[in-house]
Design a protein around this ligand. Structure first.
Ligand code: ADP
Ligand code: DP6
Ligand code: CO
Length: 328
């Protein structure tokens, strides 16, 4: 059968998904809003090969095993059921983003897998269907089907929990200046971290209610290109999410001393009149929501305090792209 290659970009949530109402189907407790990024992405090629005894999944040149392998096989099984085939597949994936470091590799990974695997199996899914399929691999991947700003409406079941585009071609100045504190794999992956919060945080329901109430305000802010409001809401939502991790038993935190140095720096720059806001996913790396005109000033302030830190300026990126691949 024909091989297909898909490219999907990561997305960073401005309003976070942090907890599942249904762990098997990956139905979230809150709706979430994100920005897809041009600079970080995954390329994945899938080919279903008759007589292949087992699925073979290679990520960055290494054969996957254990739960990482199972998550990919789970999505391949969903595709096989839809296409009514039993053929096993070869999957070759390359991350142009640090894997498992809180920079949303699972978002680009499972969006690319949904695109390549469905095409390789002969399916022609709509973008809503691709979003549902990607969601079953990793919740945040539901949003990476789309470019620019997207919302994942939480829904209540397998067929109504998927993402929609809000504004796919972002032609106004917004960027995420990404500060790489640590690009190594985290100790507590997102799935385990959020489940621990859902199961043990006594304040979890309050977080859910508050986060869902932030959604209409964020949509209005995006519609109005209201940079400050987007930044304020995103920073508050991120800190509130990270606060939940401290409320869990056992308490944990993805943020390190260096993360806090950067968060405080962002607050100080704001006091000096710059429009800058911080957001962090499940990892220590801080993304500074900012405008291109302020990049130089931010970098000077950052290098003064943290001379060795690596940065990438990430701009709004496109949705899922699929190209016909070569045989694997
Ligand atoms: P992140 O912050 O990078 O999204 P997660 O804990 O959510 O961290 O997800 C990391 C996991 O996603 C990896 O351990 C692996 O299971 C999976 N993953 C990441 N990239 C790929 C890929 N290209 N192909 C398949 N699985 C991937
Ligand atoms: C903090 O989508 O990686 O980045 O659905 O279990 O694979 P699983 O988790 P994942 O969680 C993302 C958490 C987050 C916030 C977000 O992207 O919305
Ligand atoms: Co993830």
């Amino acid at each position: 059968m024909t091989a297909y290659t898909a490219r999907a970009h990561t997305n960073i949530a401005l309003l976070k998904y942090w907890g599942k109402a249904d762990q098997e189907l990956i139905i979230p407790t809150t709706s979430s809003v994100s920005l897809t990024l041009n600079e970080f992405y995954t390329d994945t090629t899938v080919e279903f090969i008759p007589d292949l005894p087992d699925d073979e999944i290679v990520l960055d040149g290494k054969l996957l095993s254990g739960s990482s392998n199972q998550k990919v096989i789970h999505v391949l099984n969903l595709v096989r059921t839809k296409a009514n085939i039993t053929t096993k597949a070869k999957v070759i994936s390359t991350n142009h983003v640090p894997t498992s470091a809180g920079l949303a590799s699972s978002a680009s990974a499972f969006a690319a897998l949904a695109g390549a695997a469905s095409k390789a199996a002969g399916l022609n899914l709509t973008r809503s269907e691709l979003s549902m399929l990607a969601r079953r691999g990793s919740g945040s991947a539901s949003r990476s089907i789309f470019g620019g700003f997207a919302i994942w409406n939480r829904g209540t079941n397998d067929r109504d929990s998927f993402a929609h585009p809000i504004d796919e071609d972002v032609h106004w100045p917004i960027q995420l200046l990404t500060v790489i504190v640590n690009d190594q794999p985290k100790e507590i992956n997102s799935r385990v971290g959020m489940q621990s919060v859902v199961a043990t945080d006594p304040f979890y329901q309050a977080w859910v209610d508050h986060a869902n109430a932030q959604v209409p305000a964020m949509l209005t802010a995006i519609e109005n290109h209201d940079f400050q409001k987007i930044g304020q809401l995103a920073e508050a939502n991120a800190l509130q999410m990270h606060a939940q991790n401290l409320m869990a038993t056992p308490a944990f935190s993805y943020l390190t001393d260096t993360s806090w140095i950067i968060i405080r720096l962002v607050q100080r720059l704001r006091q000096q009149g710059l429009s800058v806001y911080a957001t962090m996913d499940a990892g220590p790396n801080v993304k500074i929501i900012s405008m291109p005109a302020d990049t130089a000033k931010i970098l000077v302030a950052l290098k003064e305090q943290l001379p060795n830190v690596k940065t990438t300026v990430a701009t709004p990126g496109p949705g899922l792209e699929i190209i016909k691949g070569h045989h694997i």
